[in-house]
Design a protein around this ligand. Structure first.
Ligand code: ADP
Ligand code: MG
Length: 255
């Protein structure tokens, strides 16, 4: 290819915003020549590269926007450590149909049983399926809602939360909320009812949610909506963290 032709092609690809094609066309053209590919085959490979790069960039952006605290996936989750949890059921949920059905998930169990891990892995799976996910802790969500309300920005924040196909609210129950905070959280949860999915993790059984939501009436109204279409997974057992640290200690003693 002549130099001017080469420069024009580079400039066109740049102008058309096709960076993956711009970066790889020379190499692919050499390979196509060597393999005697048709023009169509070459063009197909070149465009496929741009398509996959774009899809991957979009996925990375969705994962970034979700705000996961850590990247924990199912490949590192040991289901044998929580016999109360059905692996096929969780992997079925990872396929994401529950989000299309606007259902919810509650992961209930004592600390260290893998609730945040499973919530994150389900969130990552949803990102891979092209869904918008937001991961927040209940405490940080309430703080943000209260701040937004003070600054007359509540509607904006609510609209932003509403854009997420899946809102993951982690660690409900570690903190008992003031009346205002509980009402704001109730509003977020109730707004999503039958419109968008919610995944909540809590160390408290439902019977104790009254402590968080201040009062039986609001708790009953909330649980009614949340659990109407809900997969409830109880994650009970010994703390994984505790087990691991005990293993380490036992191992050291044996040395
Ligand atoms: P929880 O949110 O229920 O308190 P986490 O999900 O934060 O528990 O788990 C605590 C730590 O133990 C994390 O590092 C997590 O990755 C790990 N962990 C918990 N359960 C398992 C498991 N079954 N397999 C592998 N790692 C686990
Ligand atoms: Mg947790």
């Amino acid at each position: 290819m002549s130099d001017s032709c080469h420069m024009l092609l580079r400039s066109n690809l740049k102008q058309l915003r096709l960076p993956a094609m711009l970066a790889e066309f020379e190499k692919l053209a050499r390979e196509a020549g060597a393999a005697n590919e048709t023009y169509e085959q070459f063009l197909l490979r070149l465009t496929e590269l741009e398509v996959t790069t774009r899809a991957n960039n979009a996925l990375q952006a969705r994962i970034r926007q979700a705000g996961f605290p850590v990247h924990k996936d199912f490949d590192t989750f040991d289901f044998t450590a929580v016999p109360s949890v059905s692996k096929p059921k969780v992997l079925e949920l990872a396929r994401g149909e529950w989000i299309e059905h606007r259902s919810n998930i509650c992961l209930i169990g004592s600390p260290g049983t893998g609730k945040t891990h499973v919530a994150t892995a389900l969130g990552l799976a949803a990102c891979r399926q092209g869904k918008r996910v937001r991961f927040v802790t209940a405490a940080s969500l309430v703080t943000r809602l209260e701040e937004a309300q003070k600054q007359y920005q509540l509607d904006r924040l609510l609209a932003q939360l509403d854009r997420a196909d899946l809102l993951i609210c982690d660690e409900l129950g570690y903190l008992s909320l003031g009346r205002g905070g509980a009402e704001l959280l109730f509003r977020v949860f109730a707004d999503r009812y039958e419109r968008r999915s919610l995944l909540v993790t809590s160390n408290l059984p439902f019977s104790e949610w009254g402590q968080v939501f201040q009062g039986e009436r609001m708790t009953a109204a909330l649980l009614d909506r949340l659990t109407h279409r809900c997969h409830i997974i109880e994650m009970n057992g010994e703390s994984f963290r505790f087990r691991e640290s005990m293993k380490g200690k036992r191992g050291k003693k044996a040395e």
